[in-house]
Structures are given as structure tokens and as C-alpha cells.
Design a protein around this ligand. Sequence first.
Ligand code: GLV
Ligand code: MN
Ligand code: MN
Ligand code: MN
Length: 397
Amino acid sequence: MDATGFRRLWDQIAATGRADSGGYLRFSWSAADLALREWFDAQAAERGLRVESDRNGNRYAHWDAGTGPGVLTGSHFDSVPHGGAYDGPLGIVSAFLAVDELRASGFAPQRPIVIGAFTEEEGGRFGVPCLGSRLMAGVVDPDRARALTDPDGTTLAEAMRAAGADPDALGPDPERLASFAAFVELHVEQGRALEAPVGVASAIWPHGRWRMTFTGAGDHAGTTRIPDRRDPMLTFAFAVLAARKEARLAGGLATVGRVEAVPNATNAIASQVTAWLDSRAPDEAVLAEILSGFTAKVKDRAGRDGTGFTIAPESETPIVEFDPGLRDRIAALLGGAPVLPTGAGHDAGVLAAHVPTAMLFVRNPTGVSHAPGEGASDEDCAAGVDALAAVLRDLAC
Ligand code: GLV
Ligand code: MN
Ligand code: MN
Ligand code: MN
């Protein structure tokens, strides 16, 4: 397809949820998310595709054709706070355009083609990434999911009800999983590793998120002598540096990108600091090494600071190796497209345990992601649509 054809559809959602930062606030079940779901329904209706939500709030547009399980494609609408435009929506917009391309060529699928939009992929509102697909796969307890809160204290159950969805229905959905013969998620590349317009994923690094709680004694900033302090901010500061050091030494990554202090006052020693650790590594042994080294060092430091430290997992995802047969078939179909691993998490990584799954990456010239500077040229996005159409044609014939 041509770049202007891509841009025409892309521009329809460009303003939805965009903040003054130039990044996006597209949190699941927010007004922006509901507007994107409406847009999804309208796109489906324009193409005569049947729309359906599953019990976990994931939405599908079905091109009902042929027989047997369908070929699923798509991605997610939700963003991290002030995230880029492409992470997620590119896979959904490209899916509609790929369907258009297949139809224009007169292609008659021998099995259904399904466009999916997954819910809360980023965990940007309720903390657990890939929540919609994890619930479907039965790896998150629905009671735990319903009780998850956003930064304002709203539970997932409340947010779903306010949006007209039913949180009581949340839970494993083996029938839905069995209705897919394959899943192909197209996604913007999130680093600088892809030099061709389109690549194919080999694997997703193991990764996880941990909630850290540092406790101490809140007190006056002007009257509490240094030896009398039990300042959790100090232990937290040590932890940030320790995370970086342990990851660097082991050969992985560690990030502390979110922190909350109580009472969060300039002239008070904090009584508690809550922060989140994100860590990823090329293999599970390295990830485990980072975690154990980090935990031991911070515990030791907390002992010396007179503070408390606890760390608890919020989500943990083992290494994902995408279906090698599908990966090689797609790379060959695309004329020897580069095959590369990623450190970013995806619903494709969750579904891969249940459905033969592959990912296509579209080049990102800035290499920036989860920030407003994320980018992809219209030409590369159009090449991504062509690649996706070719893959869908191959899998649905
Ligand atoms: C989600 O995109 C993640 O990799 O954190
Ligand atoms: Mn994504
Ligand atoms: Mn993301
Ligand atoms: Mn992701």
C-alpha cells in the first residue's frame, strides 16, 4: 500500500488521548480508550466485520470466512503514561488496512480472520501488564484482577462497570484461545535493533515487575538529627543505584521508573516510599541473579538505615520463544526479513503458550518507545501493512 493510504487511517486516531507532552494518555477503560473502542467498532462496521467482546474486555472484529479456527491479528490501544503513538495502535490500524488489501485483491480466506484489541497491555492503569490476555490464559486470578487499583484508588471492577462492562465475567477463556489457529501481532520496534523496514520476532526476554515498600519514621526535616533518622528515602535511593549495578554486572536491565512517597512533603522525612522495579534479561538465570543480588544488597542496606524493605512480584513472565516454524515461514515469505529478539512485553508473548504465535516489527528510526519520541515513517508502516497482508494470506488460505 502507499504511505498516504496508511496516513489517512492513522490520522483518524492521532488526536485521541494525546496530551500536551505530545505523548498519549490512553488508559484502559478511560474516555480515550472508550473512544478508540468506538472507532474500532466503526471500522469493523464499515467493512462488514462482526464485533464481539470476550469475557475479559478484549474486543474482536471477525471476518467470518471458511471453516475452522481463525487467524488472529491485532494489538492493543492502551498506552503507558505519556507513551508514544505507535506502541499498540499500529498493530490494530495495520490489521484493518491489511484486510482492505486482501479484499481489494479478491482474496477469499479459507478460515476466519480476526482483528483483536487487547485490554490493559501496558499495565499503565492497573499495574499488571497484558492483563486482558493473561486473564484469558488463566494466569491471573480474576479476584485479584477485579481488586487491582489505579493511582486514584479506583478498582478494575469499578472502572469496568463505569464503562458498561461486566467485571464478574473475568476469567480463563480456553474456548476463545482454541478458536485461534495462529496469532500474528504487528508492533513498532522499540529499540534501535531493526535496520530494515520490517522484521520478525524470535523471542521475548524474560521480565517482571516488583513492588518495593520502604518503611521508616516520618519526622520533621528541620529538627530531627541525622543519627535519629530512619529515612526510607535513603534506602530507596540506594536501591535505585543497586538495581542499575546488579543489572549491569549480570548483563540484563533494571529500571525504577515509578515512585510514591508518603507524605510527599518537602519539609518532612518520608514515612514510606513505594517504588516499582522492572527487570529484564536475555535469559532466566541472569534475571534471577539480578533479583537475588539486588534483594540481598537492599536488605543489608535497610538493616543499616534502620528501615524496612519488602519486595513482591506484580507480574513475572518467563522467556518466550516464538513458534520456530511460523517464524521461519514468515521470514522466508518476506524475502529473508531480519529475525530479532526484543526486551519488550507483548500479548503475543502470553498467547504464545497456547496458540502458534509470531510478531512482525516495523522499524523505529528514533529507537525511542514508551515516550513521545517514538516514531515510524509512513512508508515503513505501509510496508508493515503489506507484510501483514502477505502473512495473513499465507495463513488463511
Ligand atoms: C510493555 O510494553 C513492556 O514491555 O513493558
Ligand atoms: Mn505494545
Ligand atoms: Mn508498550
Ligand atoms: Mn508491550
